[in-house]
Write a protein that binds this ligand. Structure first.
Ligand code: SF4
Length: 375
């Protein structure tokens, strides 16, 4: 009888894509996906640590799994009893695997905190999930399937940008561009399974480069695939949004006219402290070029308020850009320090009350701007 697995995914689209990849690998090895955590032989938790709150949520979920294991049959049965159980459908066969960014950050600490975890797999080693399961289950069948779950295609892994507030480079490792041939094979698999709208994923897709094929070359190539109807990508980084990429985006008719371009702050001083490597002027120049080439283009963005040393003037610079660009929507956040990042060692000197107040003002302005049609 096939073993079942359940995946709980937390965090960003990269995690969603990673979970899909793992699910695909497991199905190819004869495991069955279940939506019911209670009946799963393998429980995989794909975690996020981008903010302290996300990490706390992941740890709380893992903690709750212990209750689930203990309550699955009898409240008096201990984990040790179960480990010695002869019944293969008892929890002796149930494995808990934690993967993703919390796994990268805390590694063995996780196992110490939650001894019932069987394996911890860092975000940059997800290919190991099926290897790890082969260690636990020796009767795997090879039932290669063409099933795909999402329309996401990862083009780069990791990140080498070290924005000063961000933990991703520490937990996902340096940026690596996947070879074009592998990306095209993934796309072929998707189109063969009936998916014709794809989204290319990477922490910074604009810096993609595999043996001289850059992001512009890649999107032009994919745009030419007749089975693809719609081509999205995320996330762009203004520092790497070259004229060549802008021209390519404008000439790919399959790319929707809505582009996500993280701003983070409208203040040059704060952008420098954030290590973003662009200025307000460069950001607005990119927006202007895209608007010129794609007159009906809309933009979405990410903005952080209350970064260390953000004054009222710096915050007003952000509001000015919001008015100028007329974003369709935005993900907005209050800054919170992440351990060991460069910003962690800066004084978190904007009081929480001011962060909240700025966030409310920003969101109110975004709401007004998103309703305007200024084209
Ligand atoms: S580009 Fe910056 S914000 Fe994005 S993942 Fe890399 S370090 Fe983090």
């Amino acid at each position: 009888m096939s073993k079942t697995f359940f995946i709980r995914t937390m965090g960003c689209q990269m995690n969603v894509a990673d979970s899909d990849l793992v699910a695909q690998q497991l199905i190819e090895r004869g495991f069955l996906l279940t939506e019911n955590v209670n009946e799963a032989d393998i429980i995989i938790v794909n975690t996020c640590t981008v903010r302290q709150h996300a990490e706390a949520r992941a740890l709380s979920y893992i903690g709750d799994l212990k209750k689930l294991i203990l309550s699955a049959t009898s409240a008096t049965e201990t984990l040790a009893d179960r480990e010695s159980s002869a019944d293969p459908h008892k929890p002796k066969s149930r494995k808990i695997i934690v993967m993703g960014c919390v796994a990268s950050r805390l590694k063995d600490e996780l196992k110490k905190k939650f001894p019932f975890i069987d394996d911890v797999i860092p975000a940059n080693e997800i290919e190991k999930v099926s290897e790890v399961l082969e260690k636990h289950y020796d009767c795997l069948t090879s039932n290669l399937s063409n099933k795909t779950f999402s329309e996401f295609v990862t083009i780069t892994r990791g990140c080498s940008n070290f924005c000063s507030y961000c933990i991703v480079p520490y937990v996902r490792g340096p940026e690596e561009s996947r070879p074009v041939i592998k990306i095209l094979l993934d796309i072929e698999k998707l189109t063969n399974s009936g998916k014709h709208e794809i989204t290319l994923l990477g922490q910074n897709v604009n810096s993609y480069n595999s043996n001289g094929t850059d992001f512009a070359d890649l999107i032009l190539k994919i745009n030419d695939i007749s089975e693809i109807n719609k081509l999205g990508f995320m996330t762009s980084h203004p520092k790497d949004m070259s004229d060549k990429i802008i021209d390519a985006i404008a000439s790919c008719e399959k790319i929707p006219h809505q582009i996500h371009l993280p701003l983070q702050s409208g203040s040059d001083k704060i952008l420098k402290l954030m290590n973003r490597h662009y200025t307000k002027e460069k950001y607005l120049t990119i927006i202007g070029k895209l608007k010129k080439k794609i007159p009906d283009v809309k933009f979405t963005t990410d903005i952080i308020v209350g970064f260390p040393d953000e004054t009222e003037k710096d915050f007003n610079d952000t509001l000015e850009i919001v008015k100028e660009v007329n974003f369709a929507s935005a993900f907005t956040f209050k800054y919170s320090p992440r351990e060991n990042t460069k910003a962690f060692f800066m004084k978190d000197d904007v009081p929480m009350s001011i962060k909240k107040e700025r966030l409310a003002r920003l969101n109110a302005l975004l709401k007004i701007e998103s309703k305007k049609d200024v084209r």
